[in-house]
Design a protein around this ligand. Structure first.
Ligand code: TUI
Length: 312
């Protein structure tokens, strides 16, 4: 499984762990990197000092490369962007916006920059401003999402840009990874399955809910506010969608979700909290270590790829 992405990142496998808000802290990121993937610390809405500490703790646990995800809607994005450069992080991924204004600073610091895009237009713009690769993230993903599915987004992005493409959204096993390669991707990013690993620090209730989830158990809130977010269905998504259908204001809806992710991740309140997850929750059946998960993914993928090349 050597691709342009393993070369670019200096990893054993072209498997990246998503930079999930509140979930992707240094224990998980270091475990994924140690297992041969690329671990990511999710800066989300956290202050710059928290991110700096996380980077330093990850470095104590692994000498392998890891990255930081900068959530561009964060009030601290400017400061966190600087911390990534100062701390000598190898890779930065970005989400929920365009990182153009930070590009020069990161490139000058020798950082590989990989923006998450949900459209062909943004992928093109990111290539023009110097991105080393792009993550094409389909609407199957958890958290803040775009409109287009992985199946149609990945090949169109692959056709539109010359930098390597990483597929994300709906991928949780070797079949998904093999399919992503067929669509033109050179690597994958996975979030949901990494939540259900031994090293992931989220509350057990969160992990259990993902394991129990079926194919139809996610909901998208906030389509009317312009900030669609996918999470597992619970009392919160039920009330939110009811209020949203009744035409509630942005402020009213915000009250329902404020601090919701923290509630689910830290307190284990999976009824009124926001249990962000991708549609691939239906594919996630067991809790493994990061190492066991990555080995399983690699074995499955290689078996499938052998099959396709038998006919060559
Ligand atoms: O960013 C994500 N997923 C996230 S961020 C997050 S934290 C949060 N929590 C609650 C509400 C809002 C955010 C939880 N999950 N994925 C990457 C991603 N980026 N998906 C979609 C996009 C995106 C969308 C529009 C990127 C750029 C964009 O437009 C940029 C532009 O300027 O055109």
């Amino acid at each position: 499984m050597k691709t342009e992405i393993t070369q670019l990142l200096g990893t054993e496998y072209p498997i990246i762990q998503g930079g999930m808000a509140w979930v992707a802290e240094y224990h998980l990121a270091a475990a994924v990197s140690e297992a041969g993937g690329l671990g990511i610390i999710g800066a989300a809405n956290a202050p710059a000092d928290w991110v700096r500490q996380q980077i330093r703790e990850a470095k104590k646990l692994t000498e392998k490369p890891f990255g930081v995800n900068i959530m561009l809607m964060s009030p601290y994005a400017d400061e966190v962007a600087k911390v990534a450069a100062e701390e000598g992080v190898k890779v930065v991924t970005t989400g929920a916006g365009s990182p153009e204004k930070y590009m020069k600073m990161w490139k000058d610091a020798g950082i590989k920059v990989i923006p998450v895009v949900a459209s062909v237009a943004l992928a093109r713009r990111m290539e023009r401003c110097g991105a080393d690769a792009v993550i094409a993230e389909g609407t199957e993903s958890g958290g803040h999402i775009g409109e287009t599915t992985t199946m149609v987004l990945v090949p169109q992005v692959a056709d539109a840009v010359n930098v390597p493409v990483i597929a994300a959204g709906g991928i949780a096993d070797g079949r998904g990874i093999a399919a992503a390669f067929m669509l033109g991707a050179q690597g994958v990013q996975m979030g949901t399955h990494f939540i259900v690993t031994e090293e992931c620090q989220v509350h057990e209730n969160y992990k259990d809910m993902i394991i129990k989830a079926r194919d139809i158990d996610t909901r998208v809130t906030g389509r009317t506010t312009g900030h669609p977010v996918r999470a597992l269905r619970n009392r919160m998504t039920g009330e939110y969608l009811k209020k949203e259908a009744e035409g509630a204001t942005f402020e009213e809806l915000e009250l329902l979700t404020l601090g919701g992710l923290r509630k689910a991740v830290v307190d284990g309140d999976v009824k009124t909290g926001s249990v962000m997850s991708g549609q691939s929750a239906g594919l996630v059946k067991e809790k493994l270590t990061c190492k066991a998960l990555i080995q399983k993914l690699v074995t499955e993928t290689e078996e499938l790829l052998k099959g396709t090349f038998l006919y060559e």
